[in-house]
Design a protein around this ligand. Structure first.
Ligand code: MN9
Length: 293
């Protein structure tokens, strides 16, 4: 298994105007991440990959293309979580056969699942695939909150490596790091990397790293080295960019910024707005000129 620490882009997927996967564009996004952003790895099939709007066949196709393009150059994590546990298992088996270094699964959402149901979900995916697992906790989208003791229950399964922590609850993050020092934490909010890294997270997984990966690494490494003032300076610039991206449409704007660099990043997938308006394009260009070029 590859080292799973460090800077991981949450991989964007390029779609054609009709919603189908643009394989050439997807490969270009992967190359951009490896060659230009110099990421340590990719998190494939996450929120940023517009995963929860895709069919099982499409999710598999993206796992296949990502592995085929990245080969063994970087670490690869496959997000296979789904409210359909059978789908999660099927995707997990597929990604494991492809050679993904770890699986990750979002906490099951929509229904108010009990904690034993959530634990059974993770244990089942692991038992069926034999792969490593990273819990994907993103309470602001799922409504699912897992507490310190509950993480301890999940971590009784030795295949669970840790958590992708997409939350701003730094008290919980600190408690997790103290209680389970041998489990890894990946920070999930790019705009909060300094506080996350100062509490000792092991890595970060983010959408904006697709275009801002170099600054993200600077923030991470400066914070780890105790150079907080310098890290905050880079975080300020980064957050001016992220604020602009969020206000303009998250994935759509990152895709437009990629296109301005010759990467065929394509459209988004409906029901998300697929195509940028002229005003959104103009804003993306402004952000590119100011922060990326
Ligand atoms: O995976 C990403 N979360 C979502 C992490 O896209 C929901 C983050 O990278 C955010 O996109 C980013 C902007 O808020 O921090």
């Amino acid at each position: 298994m590859k080292n799973l620490k460090g800077i991981f882009s949450a991989l964007l997927v390029s779609f054609n105007e009709d919603g189908s996967i643009n394989e050439k564009g997807l490969r270009q996004i992967i190359r951009h991440n490896i060659d230009k952003m110099k990421v340590d790895g990719l998190y494939v099939g996450g929120s940023t990959g517009e995963n929860f709007m895709l069919s099982t066949a499409e999710k598999k196709e993206i796992f296949r293309i990502a592995k085929d393009e990245a080969k063994d150059q970087i670490a690869l994590i496959a997000q296979v979580g789904s409210v359909n546990l059978q789908e999660a298992v099927e995707l997990g088996k597929y990604a494991t056969e492809l050679g993904y270094d770890s699986l990750s699964a979002v906490t099951p959402f929509y229904y108010k699942f009990t904690f034993p149901e959530i634990k059974n979900y993770y244990d089942t995916i692991i038992a069926e695939t034999g792969n490593n697992m990273i819990v994907y906790s993103i309470p602001f989208l799922t409504g699912v909150n897992i507490g310190v003791e509950q993480f301890g229950e999940l971590y009784k399964n030795p295949k669970i490596l840790g958590v992708k922590f997409t939350a701003g609850d730094f008290y919980l993050l600190e408690r997790l790091k103290k209680a389970y020092p041998n489990h890894l934490v990946w920070a999930g909010f790019d705009e909060m990397m300094v506080p996350a890294a100062s509490l000792g997270v092991d890595g970060a997984i983010g959408s904006t790293f697709n275009v801002n990966g170099v600054r993200a690494r600077q923030i991470f490494e400066l914070t780890q080295a105790g150079k907080l003032k310098d890290a905050v300076e880079v975080q300020h610039v980064t957050n001016d960019l992220i604020e602009g991206i969020l206000a303009n449409g998250l994935y759509l704007t990152i895709k437009e910024i990629l296109k301005l660099q010759g990467v065929e990043a394509g459209y988004c997938r409906e029901p998300m707005t697929a195509k940028a308006t002229d005003a959104q394009l103009a804003k993306a260009k402004e952000l590119f000129e100011k922060f990326i070029k």
